[in-house]
Design a protein around this ligand. Sequence first.
Ligand SMILES: Nc1nc2c(c(=O)[nH]1)N[C@H]1C(S)=C(S)[C@@H](COP(=O)(O)O)O[C@H]1N2
Ligand SMILES: [Mo]
Length: 198
Amino acid sequence: MYFGKARKKGPLDRVPPNQNVTTSFPVLHYGNVPYYKTLDDWDLKIFGLVEKEVILRYKDLMALPQTTSGNDIHCVTGWSKLDNVWEGISTQELARLTYPKESAKYVILHAEENWTTNLPIEDFLKETSLLAHSHNGEELTPEHGYPLRAVIPHLYFWKSAKWVRGIEFSSENRPGFWEENGYHMYGNPWKEQRMTWD
Ligand SMILES: Nc1nc2c(c(=O)[nH]1)N[C@H]1C(S)=C(S)[C@@H](COP(=O)(O)O)O[C@H]1N2
Ligand SMILES: [Mo]
C-alpha cells in the first residue's frame, strides 16, 4: 500500500500551519497612527542594561551602515505575506553602539503611545532581524510604521513593532501590549504559539 506522496518542495513549505498567503499588505495595530509632520523631534533611545545609552536622531540612524533583507511575514490573525524586501539597520549594528551587558536577556521594544512588545535578546539579535525604514523599495507609509519599525520575521508579526522609539535591554521578560492580552510570550509561527496556552 502506498501512504501519501512525496511532498513537493515549493512555496507552501514556506507557510506556517493555518496561515493564508495574501498579496495585499494588511494594516493591523492597536491605537492611533502617528502622522509626523517633521522628524525634528523624533529620536530612538537605546537603553536599559547597556554599557552606553544612545539616543539617535533620524539622520544618525541613516548614517549607519544600511542593510537589505528579504523575508516572509506571518500575522497571528492568519495572513502571511511572502517576499518582502526591507531596508534599514540591522539589530546587531544598533546593539554594537551600546554594548548590552551580560545580564541583558530580553529586549523590550517601545513604540509610540507606550505600546510595547518583548522578545529574547537572541531573537532580537538574529541576523535576519532589523529596524526598517523601507519596504519593497518605498519609504514606510505612516500606517506601516514610518519612520521606523522592527522586522523580526521568524516570530509572529506582532513582535515587529511599528513606530519604534525605544529599544530596552532587560534582565526580565516583561509582557508587552498583546502579551498582556493573552498572546504568547514568544510567538513562533511554526509551532503556532499564538496564545499564552499554545
Ligand atoms: N506599535 C505597534 N506595532 C505593531 C502593532 C501595534 O498594535 N502597535 N501590531 C502588530 C501586529 S499584530 C502586526 S500583524 C503588525 C502589522 O504590521 P502592518 O500593519 O505593517 O501589516 O504590526 C505589529 N506592530
Ligand atoms: Mo498581527
